[in-house]
Design a protein around this ligand. Sequence first.
Ligand code: BES
Ligand code: ZN
Length: 641
Amino acid sequence: MRSAHRSTAAVLTILLATAACTTVPAGSQNAMQTAAMGEAMVAPILTSADAVDELTFAQPQIARVTHVNLDLDLDFANRNVGGTAVLDIAARPGADEIILDSDGLRIASVTDNAGNALPFTVGERVDGMGEPITIAIGDARQIAIRYDAAMDAGALQWLSPEQTAGGEHPFLLSQGQPTLNRTWIPTQDSPSIRQTWEARVSAPEPLNVVMSGLSGGEPVDAPGNRRIFTLAMDKPVAPYLIAIAAGDIEFRALGPRTGVWAEPVVIDRAAYELADTERMVAAAEDLYGPYRWGRYDMIVLPPSFPYGGMENPVMTFLTPTFIAGDRSLTGLVAHELAHSWSGNLVTNANWTDSWLNEGVTSYFENRIVEQIYGKERADQEAALSFAAIENTLAEVGMEAPGTALHQPVNADPVGSAIVYDKGAYFLRTVESIVGRERFDAWLRQWFDNHAFQPATSAMLLEDMRRNLVRDEAEAQRLQLAEWIYEPGLPDNVARPDPAAFAEVDAAARGYTADRRLDRDAWASWSSAERQRFLAEIPRDLDAVQLPALDSALDLSASGNNEELFLWLDLALANRYEPAVPFAERFLAQVGRRKFVAPLFETLMEQGEWGRTIARRIYAETRPGYHSVTTGTVDALLQPRS
Ligand code: BES
Ligand code: ZN
């Protein structure tokens, strides 16, 4: 995995950090480094060993990108994005090289301000990282790169008209996190480095272009029936947060600073589902301080988008599969909004600490849900989250290194329940011990004092010890370091209120005992309760029980994709033939990895019956998936050795 190049860089960084640490405290060290870079208003770089990002080739302590100016054309015929990137650079005095991240970028030229060519080399490819581009900048501190995106750039998905809801126009969407933006933007692609950016993007009529930045106004007409859109992000962001989408989309205001983009045939349903957004922003501000990004808009994408949501600043990207018609799955929106603090404002310095983004956000999400929908719904969603932790721990064991919040390098991945749900339960536990008032004051100052900066587990631990923990006795009760660094689940965990699912758990026991089903109860339940019921009933069901369940609860026709997914997974796990056409339709429509991968995995576990079906369906549906989803499913369907 790691090249010689990387280890040298890592060692160098550690050496620099160690040398600096012996003489100056962390804060002033950063300030000095910033001053030494000779540029005003450059965010500090963390130099401690645990802050090193092993997934970038960049050496930001030597030279780093501070601003990216993109001038790009979207070429739908050739499925290419190309143009020019002008990079502003802050460098140590005397530094004459900068290293950028690339993953297949096709570089035509690099020039300085005067148009002189600057020599560059493309280094050896490293799996999972791409390749370094080392540019001899001399004393240039602004450079222009003419380039095209990688062939089949992993961040980008080009949809044919048939893959959209409207069916008439093509669509483009991007997904940058964690390391995909290096397939279409030549910059330093690390969450520890922040950059402002601006873009001029041309697209064919009548497509609209949105990005994770504020619009510079109406598009301008250009030759060849094209229009040029101007967008900018004037706050320094980590480069994984640069995103683009283009399609036949329209805008609908939801409130004074909130709105939604979607295809015309989706916009009404999207706007209805998202009607609580403006109030969510206000609730989030009441909890943890001002929303610092200006507008909060969203785009509801075609169903091939590989995630539920992505917190692209000022323009959250959303799957349409959260639209249930009753706002029951809008915890997703609360989640992406919460990232405007945890993730976008305070950012994990590297991906071993992604719980700082996702766990803190999942906690914050639940607080917004409580504010907007009440404690009952929040408690139910928290109880589902706790079940996810328990399931993962039961599956991989309490000792698995990947069950620590701070992910050890090279630990086997254990799925999202640790980083998201254990992360959230850590903060719930701290809250329950110190009390909500003190906890909220602490979290708010954490966001304020680290705004627009990277952070690590060690920094959060230190910050809690300094600004939250009252005395040694309280420290003992909190078990902070165990929560962050040890596998398993500390025994002080604030367990969910069993009352949250009392009724539905009783119903699941009734079904388990004598296949008793109560349609009226089901109809009265929240979506969280229905999901709980589907998770709690026996996994082994027969050819009489499955159709009885399906018809009593109308599962195959469910308009709620979380419930439909749980049903299809259960049905396929029991080799229930009548569910196959429904699963096939779902997998042909939806590219969200969280749904697609488990369904294929379940099929693959069903011997020849399931493997044959999986291969047949995947041959048909694969071309419609984003690289994030094909990457996972390809591995699942590979013949096992
Ligand atoms: N930032 C994540 C998506 C992500 C994580 C992309 C890691 C790439 C690497 C986003 O905020 C997220 O967590 N999405 C969830 C939402 C859910 C937890 C409410 C999803 O997509 O399911
Ligand atoms: Zn998230």
